[in-house]
Design a protein around this ligand. Structure first.
Ligand code: MEV
Length: 447
């Protein structure tokens, strides 16, 4: 059996940093300080994670009429192996079970199934100019001339992006209905998500489009569909490692495939199935300062691509191996916009080993797939409530007033009693404190 250990790739070090199981046993501050030292981070980036720094000015720059910020927990789903590289995934999320589930499934697939393999499209995004009452679809000759003019007009706004290897990639004119026409321009935005760039590019050609194709320009805006910028993750896990409780691997793998079939056939289940995938994807998007709403909108729209909303994942069993896959449109940036602007997102990107945008998209697809595998394995196995309630016990302990080490002690007692309510939490806290005061004469809470 291979030992569970975790690696952080640091751009400052040629050798990856190996984190053993001791990382999980560390306290919160200890984990953070350890990562910061190993990744060569200091000051602002670390303080942003602790809330020790005043982010008020930053918030005021980021949004209008800021009054402060809302801290969301950031954690690490450790132990993923993606394309033969070890990756630890920073996730920002308020739901207790998400990081635990991603960690469990990600490391199981990595240790027992050899990890995830991925493929990601070039980061090409689309922006549209909508015309009303244009002169129909232009002839090849008009289109060719128009394309050359657009390319020339976009030279300036896309200059810096072109210098980075991106830039204009093409143009299409399509009828939306009998009065509306879409002029779609395609731009490779490299490591940026690209919203500002695309909007500027589209606005800079809107009058030109109306002039050359006829009609009136109604609006110009990027498309968040991002369906030319997909990433796919796959895994192959021998069925024996799917075994859970009393069910053996064959039975569990067959039930996992059935769970996916249910989501493909029943829209109501598909929404929840895909929400579970987005638990992973959005948490990574938020941790890295990306636009979670854009990613959510694109993925749910993608789930309807064959005319019906269905599961984003696919599963099948072949020769005793469970094959899982997930393809998603993922417009995730590693520079620009809110990315790397918020110091906590800089920290997250360093934890990931400073990936480019295609690699980040590939990692997001893996986390989404792991998250789904974890959810449906639990659902078709013992159900999700047992695990959820165990984690919920931590919150009850906190709400009852437990702090530091008291939290785990109280949560354990709540779980053992099987009574997940405030009253039990208060009673258990009193017991833990009584026992503790017998140990320490001053009755103080030890951290
Ligand atoms: C909860 O946040 C996500 C799940 O409901 C996903 C699913 O049902 O597949 C557990």
């Amino acid at each position: 059996m291979r030992k569970t250990s975790t690696v952080l790739t640091s751009p400052n070090e040629t050798e990856p940093i190996v984190l053993g199981t001791s990382f999980r046993r560390m306290g919160v501050r200890e984990r953070r300080d350890y990562l910061a030292v190993r990744l060569g981070l200091s000051g602002e980036d670390v303080d942003a994670l602790t809330g020790d720094t005043d982010l008020t000015d930053l918030c005021n720059v980021m949004v209008e009429s800021a009054i402060g910020h809302m801290a969301v927990p950031m954690g690490i789903a450790a132990g993923f192996v993606i394309d033969e590289e070890r990756v630890n995934v920073p996730m920002a999320v308020e739901e207790p079970s998400v990081i635990a589930a991603a960690t469990h499934a990600g490391s199981l697939i990595s240790r027992r199934g050899g990890g995830f393999v991925t493929i990601a499209d070039e980061p090409v995004m689309c922006a549209e100019v909508y015309l009303r009452d244009a002169d129909g679809i232009p002839s090849d000759r008009v289109l060719k001339k128009f394309k050359t003019e657009v390319r020339t007009r976009l030279r300036e706004p896309l200059q810096a992006m072109t210098a980075r290897g991106g830039g204009f990639r093409g143009l299409r004119v399509e009828r939306v209905d009998d009065r509306l026409t879409a002029v779609r321009i395609y731009v490779d935005t490299r490591n940026a998500m690209g919203a500002n760039l695309l909007n500027s590019a589209a606005e800079s050609i809107r009058e030109l489009a109306a002039d050359r194709l006829g009609g009136e320009s109604i609006m110009a805006i990027l498309s968040n569909a991002a369906d030319d910028r997909t990433a796919e993750a796959r895994f192959a896990l021998p069925v024996e490692f799917c075994a859970r409780g009393k069910r053996d691997g064959d039975e569990m793998a067959e039930r996992i495939v059935t769970a996916n079939t249910i989501a493909n056939r029943d829209y109501h289940r598909a929404v929840t199935h895909n929400k579970g995938i987005m638990n992973g994807v959005s948490s990574l998007a938020l941790a890295t300062g990306n636009d979670t709403r854009a990613v959510e909108a694109a993925c749910h729209a993608y789930a309807t691509r064959d005319g019906r909303y269905r599961a984003l994942t696919e599963y099948e069993v072949r020769d005793g191996v469970l094959h899982g896959s997930l393809r998603l449109p993922l417009a995730l940036g590693t520079v620009g916009g809110g990315v790397a602007f918020h110091p906590a997102s800089r920290f997250a990107l360093r934890v990931l080993g400073s990936p480019d945008s295609q690699r980040l998209a590939a990692i997001a697809a893996c986390v989404g797939l792991a998250q789904n595998f974890a959810a449906i394995s639990a659902l078709v196995g013992e159900g999700i409530q047992r695990g959820h309630m165990r984690l919920h016990a931590n919150r009850l302990a906190w709400m009852a007033g437990a702090r530091g080490r008291e939290i785990a002690a109280v949560a354990e007692r709540i779980s053992a009693a099987g009574r997940f309510n405030d009253e039990t939490a208060c009673r258990m806290l009193a017991t833990v404190r009584r026992e503790k005061s017998r140990e320490t004469p001053d009755g103080s809470v030890s951290e």
